[in-house]
Design a protein around this ligand. Structure first.
Ligand code: FCB
Length: 440
């Protein structure tokens, strides 16, 4: 009987990740609330509504759940439209509430990681041209000043912007996010402004809090070519990798910003990362196609891998390892800022999580400086343009009653967090079908 245990480094952070608009509820003053009110924008015309009712105070019970199930960290985001409801007004009560939430984390021995921009924008910003507007980085910087000044007592791990690539693609390349545009030039302007905003925020945070650790959360995707011998497929996979994975990251490394056919220098962005935040979900297999509107490619999941219930992700742990390896090239500490799977039944989730954590363990064994893992997510929450159709929580949510339903993955993840390891007993108990895979 094998009893090997996959140990993680001492002091590893184990947590879950959430975002304000997805869990707080009652957000009415941002671009997503407006988007949700337009018929046909969100699957089944769902609305965030009360979400997980954190604004109503249910963060307390959910933080209890996180702490009682062995987690020692939590990543959440601050809703800009609450802190700055109008361009000339700061809401001190909102900041007090965030202070209470963060104190709540610290009191429960959960290390906070705070995201300053996670997809949602104040309505006033939206009306001023959103991130297309060259003044937006300065608006964001003012917000960052205010927030970091108010919360620095509790937080020193900051994520400036969540997934600039997903945000840009979602809103400006037809990806189903507000403002619902499809325009390469605007997408380039938006991403460039996100780079500038990050650079400003990086410096502001350090000026206020010299010991801060600042990064952004990158949605990494591997692009595998469909036909191994096709130079065109190879070219497409390479171009997608450059646009999706390298563009923002490179600008923050050496100040050179390349996005598809366009380029410029943003010198102030060079060297503005203390860690790499890595969000990983899946891999795409891509092939060349004569479809300019689709950036000359078609994509699918690599065949033979299990796919999630609404088709969002395939279980390709090797892609996660590739993402970690790619992140490691920058020789900065790495936090996995998101990873998880939609699964109402909570069967696939156990397999997906274990196989991905096993890859994370492999990466740790190469001595890559990986400091923590945040599972997406703690409780089912509002999944943007996919509304409530996808269930990513360790705990399920009954929307009508706000009741939380403990899924078996809670206990599996708790065992891993508590032991700081994946033990044979955990695999055998929660996903026995993986015993021959993890213990060949
Ligand atoms: C990521 C987002 C996060 C959540 C997960 C499932 O792209 O950052 O808010 O929606 O996907």
């Amino acid at each position: 009987m094998p009893t090997a245990t996959f140990h993680f480094p001492r002091g590893f952070l184990w947590g879950t990740a959430t975002a304000a608009h997805q869990v707080e509820g009652q957000n009415t003053n941002n671009n997503w609330a407006a988007w949700e009110s337009e018929p046909g924008r969100i699957l089944e015309d769902d609305k965030a509504g009360l979400a997980c009712d954190w604004w109503g105070g249910r963060w307390r019970e959910d933080f209890d759940r996180a702490a009682e199930s062995g987690q020692n960290a939590h990543r959440l985001s601050i809703e800009w439209s609450r802190v700055q409801p109008q361009p000339d007004r700061w809401d001190e009560d909102a900041l007090d509430r965030y202070r209470a939430m963060l104190r709540g984390l610290v009191e429960r021995k959960l290390t906070p990681m705070v995201t300053l921009h996670h997809f949602s924008d104040p309505l006033w910003l939206h009306q001023r041209g959103s991130w297309e507007n060259a003044e937006t980085p300065a608006y964001f910087d003012a917000f960052v000043h205010k927030v970091v000044g108010a919360l620095k007592e509790y937080v020193s791990l900051w994520v400036t912007i969540n997934e600039p690539n997903v945000y840009t693609y979602g809103g400006w390349l037809g990806g189903g996010f507000p403002p619902g545009k499809n325009d390469l030039n605007l997408a380039y302007a938006v991403m460039g402004n996100l780079v500038r905003a990050h650079a400003l925020a990086y410096r502001s945070i350090h000026a206020i809090q010299p010991q801060a650790q600042v990064g952004f959360a990158h949605h990494y995707r591997s692009f595998w070519q469909t036909h191994k011998n096709s130079p065109l497929d190879k070219l497409v996979a390479r171009q997608l990798h450059l646009a999706w994975n390298e563009s923002f990251m490179r600008a923050l490394t050496d100040g050179r910003f390349h996005f598809l056919t366009k380029r410029c220098r943003i010198p102030e962005a060079a060297g503005t990362q203390d860690f790499i935040g890595l969000n990983y979900y899946s891999v795409d297999e891509v092939a060349f196609a004569l479809a300019p509107g689709e950036l000359f490619h078609k994509r699918r999941f690599p065949p033979g891998y299990e796919v999630s219930e609404t088709g969002q992700s395939a279980n390709v742990p090797r892609g996660f390892f590739e993402g970690l390896k790619w992140a490691h090239q920058r020789r900065l500490p790495i936090y996995v800022t998101e990873n998880g799977i939609e699964d109402r039944v909570d069967d696939f989730r156990r397999r997906y999580t274990l196989l991905h954590l096993h890859q994370l363990w492999r990466a740790c064994n190469f001595n890559w400086e990986i400091k923590g893992y945040f599972h997406w997510s703690l409780v089912d929450n509002f999944e943007w343009e996919r509304g409530w159709t996808q269930r990513f929580g360790l705990w399920g949510l009954e929307n009508e009653t706000q009741k939380r339903v403990r899924r078996p993955s809670v206990d599996m993840y708790a065992a891993i967090c508590r032991e700081n390891a994946i033990s044979y007993a955990t695999v055998e108990k929660f996903a026995p079908e993986l015993v021959p895979v993890l213990y060949p």
